[in-house]
Design a protein around this ligand. Structure first.
Ligand code: A2P
Length: 282
């Protein structure tokens, strides 16, 4: 087992079971951080148009000396670009910034929600998704999925989608488990990725995690990532610090017990940012 253990997607493609997160990685530090991650063994890199750092990701990938086929690169279409035509253009813009002719996974960054779009939200998500299906057919995205979709957003999408999302990337970390969304996805053959799996650092000093980490001789960050893996999730830890980039890959020399996993499941509302996709206004 390693961070590149292949997990099957519904279309038969595989995705490495840990990805390198770049949310909040400043654009001018991205190339170096991603190069460090590639050196540490990561082949799955997660970015997004809104992070402003796709160019740095692409440069690090292209200059790594590692073949394109060994990488799994994800990007996301931002909320201002929803709808059929705008989504197509946004995806092309991302590919250009990345300097790639395809991504391995393209995600809808957030569902249009009722709070902002009222009764139009569902149709807007359907239109955006139609563009994703087109990009998938064209081979510009080898797999397509969503991000921050809760079960009811996915159920609504089912009414019009021809291709079901293969991945849903949601916020999951100790203190924000999201059991309902995870269950819905796993029941429908949708692989769940965990963004901010370290709760943006805020969970790492929690005594429950510390006690478990001490028992295994590991760090609380490693316990958080292992917890996600044992739930069948793909964690996407972010770091710009070489020692952390490496230690976040050392997850396969220990196993959490059922009791330890349940103790972590029960932690509530710790760590940030604990966002509810129906409440956000972006
Ligand atoms: P940095 O990038 O300065 O190394 P998340 O992945 O949940 O969004 O968390 C990212 C945050 O956690 C960043 O502030 C990152 O800091 C920090 N971080 C990443 N890995 C570790 C680690 N192994 N130990 C402590 N902090 C970490």
């Amino acid at each position: 087992m390693s961070i590149n253990n292949p997990v099957s997607l519904a279309n038969g493609n595989t995705i490495p079971n840990v990805g390198f997160g770049t949310f909040q990685t400043p654009p001018d530090e991205t190339k170096i951080a991603v190069a460090e991650a590639i050196k540490a063994g990561y082949r799955h890199i997660d970015t997004a148009a809104i992070y402003g750092n796709e160019a740095g990701v692409g440069e690090a990938v292209r200059e790594s000396g590692v073949g394109r086929g060994e990488f799994f690169i994800t990007t996301k279409v931002w909320n201002t670009e929803r709808g059929f035509e705008k989504t197509l253009a946004a995806a092309e813009g991302s590919l250009e910034k990345l300097g790639l002719d395809y991504v391995d996974l393209l995600l809808v960054h957030w569902p249009a929600n009722y709070l902002q779009f009222g009764s139009e939200a569902k149709a807007l998500n359907a239109d955006t998704w139609r563009a994703f299906e087109h990009l998938y057919e064209q081979g510009r995205a080898k797999a397509i999925g969503v991000s921050n979709f809760m079960a009811h957003h996915l159920e609504a999408l089912e009414e019009t989608a021809k291709v079901r999302p293969m991945v849903n990337q949601i916020e999951v970390h100790p203190g924000w488990y999201q059991a309902n969304a995870i269950k819905w996805c796993q029941d429908h053959d949708i692989v769940v990725e965990a963004w901010s799996p370290l709760g943006q650092q805020a969970v790492l000093a929690h005594p429950v995690l510390q006690e478990i980490a001490d028992r295994h001789g590991k760090e609380t960050a490693q316990v958080s990532l292992r917890w996600a893996l044992q739930h069948g999730l793909i964690p996407l830890p972010k770091s710009v610090t070489p020692a952390r980039i490496r230690s976040n890959t050392e997850l396969f020399d220990f196993v959490l017990s059922v009791e330890e996993i349940q103790a972590i499941d029960k932690l509530e509302n710790i760590g940030g940012p604990c966002l509810r996709p129906d409440d956000v206004l972006f």
